[in-house]
Design a protein around this ligand. Structure first.
Ligand SMILES: C[S@@+](CC[C@H](N)C(=O)[O-])C[C@H]1O[C@@H](n2cnc3c(N)ncnc32)[C@H](O)[C@@H]1O
Length: 434
């Protein structure tokens, strides 16, 4: 395999290519590198860059140089797969790295173009790039470190580069989970920090189970966006659900804003009972509490629930299953007491609202780790009528930012809001099709 790298600064690659596994892969005949400077393809005393077209400052690398480099390198090593490093490209992750390793092996000649200044002329990208690749949402001074990062991640997958195949297969991000924590021998305490006893037990099965659980737990808490993008396997989904903290939903028909901004109660609706129950069941919510202090309203809700726990089972077994996890309850305090009795810990109260507010600490749909690292049950509180009262929101630990689109309209039904919130917060969202 040949890898050509076009750069403004060829000397940057000297130590990189002469170190560790990257060096050994050349010694073992797996790959040959050819690092070429843009300036070698430029007439003497002519710059490799020129001012960008239009007003504003900055220089871009000229397209004729790219053409000259492609022609020269393809003459030496045959047609190539061309990767342009650019912050606007496809973002590198372990899935992309694995796919690229396949491409490297199929194509046998890969060319990297590392930009500098404002980048490489767009017309050269359009003419030549098979792949525009970014290593993350930040701006480097040039594409050289990006090229090295891509090589370090992709080359691990090329057979023979890493001696132990299983160390690549078990790496973080190779599946839905990150790696488990590792400890170096000897296992004696260090700065009063101990190695978990089970790891010195010698029992391989116990050690394996312990490591798996630790890996899944830290993946779910710290890397949920990755886990949900990757989790396709039924067994893996089960593992995730076992370590995810228990979630509850409360629908408030009490302490809500009613007419003229007054705080009061609202009426129950059968749709909110069914549909929210079905959303809760879909996302693994343990229980859904319908909170109303009004005896008549409690009776109406209980009549509906009774139907589903009785005659409704034969009519629609799935809906009955969802509705079996709904209770009518007189007050939020009773919900909190019930959860504490079930789990042994008070729930974190997360209020929801259609408006941004500062009555409680705001969290976003990317803040699962803030909540889940506290290892407490989570209670999402939704309002009916015109939303939860300010007093109630103030009582909560957090206020989730509103669900919004890119329009001015902001009037979701509460059952739609529950579905969207649960999906954004804890829904699986895998992007793997195989
Ligand atoms: C200073 S940057 C140009 C940034 C450009 N003006 C922009 O805002 O997108 C110069 C070169 O560094 C490389 N580069 C910078 N950040 C990168 C990233 N995150 N991933 C890949 N390449 C990057 C690219 O080759 C780019 O052409």
């Amino acid at each position: 395999m040949h890898i050509s790298i076009a750069t403004v600064f060829p000397h940057l690659y000297r130590d990189f290519l002469d170190t560790s596994l990257i060096k050994r892969s050349q010694e073992n005949g797996i790959v040959e590198y050819d690092v070429v400077g843009f300036s070698s393809f430029c007439e003497p005393k002519v710059r490799i860059d020129s001012p960008v077209v239009g007003h504003g400052s900055g220089m871009a690398i000229r397209p004729e140089l790219i053409e000259a480099i492609v022609q020269a390198q393809e003459k030496k090593y045959g047609s190539s797969y061309k990767i342009f490093l650019t912050p606007q490209g496809v973002k590198l992750d372990q899935k992309v790295a694995k796919r690229l390793a396949q491409t490297f092996q199929e194509q046998q000649h890969i060319m990297f173009f590392a930009g500098r200044y404002e980048g490489i002329d767009q017309r050269a990208h359009e003419e030549y790039a098979d792949l525009e690749l970014s290593i993350g949402d930040y701006i480097l001074m040039g594409g050289d470190l990006a090229a090295m990062v891509v090589l370090e991640s992709v080359m691990r997958y090329i057979p023979g580069v890493v001696a132990k195949k299983d160390s690549v297969e078990n790496d973080s991000f190779t599946g839905p989970f990150v790696d488990f924590p590792v400890y170096a021998t000897p296992s004696a305490p260090w700065k009063n920090r101990i190695v978990p006893e089970i790891l010195i037990s010698g029992n391989h099965k116990l050690i394996e189970d312990f490591r798996k659980k630790q890996a899944v737990k830290r993946s779910v808490v710290e890397h949920f966006q990755w886990v949900r993008s990757y989790c396709v396997d039924k067994k893996d989904k089960e593992l995730v659900s076992q370590v995810m903290p228990v979630h509850y939903v409360a629908l408030m028909h009490d302490q809500v804003i009613v007419d003229q901004g007054k705080v009061g109660t609202s009426s129950v609706t059968s749709l909110d009972i069914h549909d929210i129950a079905r959303s809760c069941a879909t996302y693994g919510v343990k229980h859904y509490f319908l909170v109303t202090p009004l005896i008549d309203q409690q009776k109406i809700a209980n009549t509906i629930l009774h139907f589903w726990n009785d005659a409704g089972i034969a009519y629609n077994h799935n809906r009955a299953e969802a509705v079996s996890k709904v209770s009518v309850i007189a007050a939020l305090d009773k919900v909190i007491e019930t959860i504490e009795a079930q789990i042994g810990k008070k729930p974190l109260l997360v209020a929801t609202s259609a408006k941004v507010g500062n009555q409680a600490k705001n969290i976003t749909f990317y803040d699962q780790s803030i909540i889940w690292s506290q290892d407490r049950p989570v209670l999402f509180i939704f309002g009916t009528a015109k939303g939860l009262s300010d007093e109630l929101i103030k009582r909560c630990d957090y206020l989730l930012i509103p669900v919004e689109g890119f329009s001015e309209f902001n009037h979701l039904s509460v059952r739609s809001a529950v579905a969207v919130v649960l999906d954004r917060w804890m829904g699986n969202n895998n992007v793997i099709v195989d």
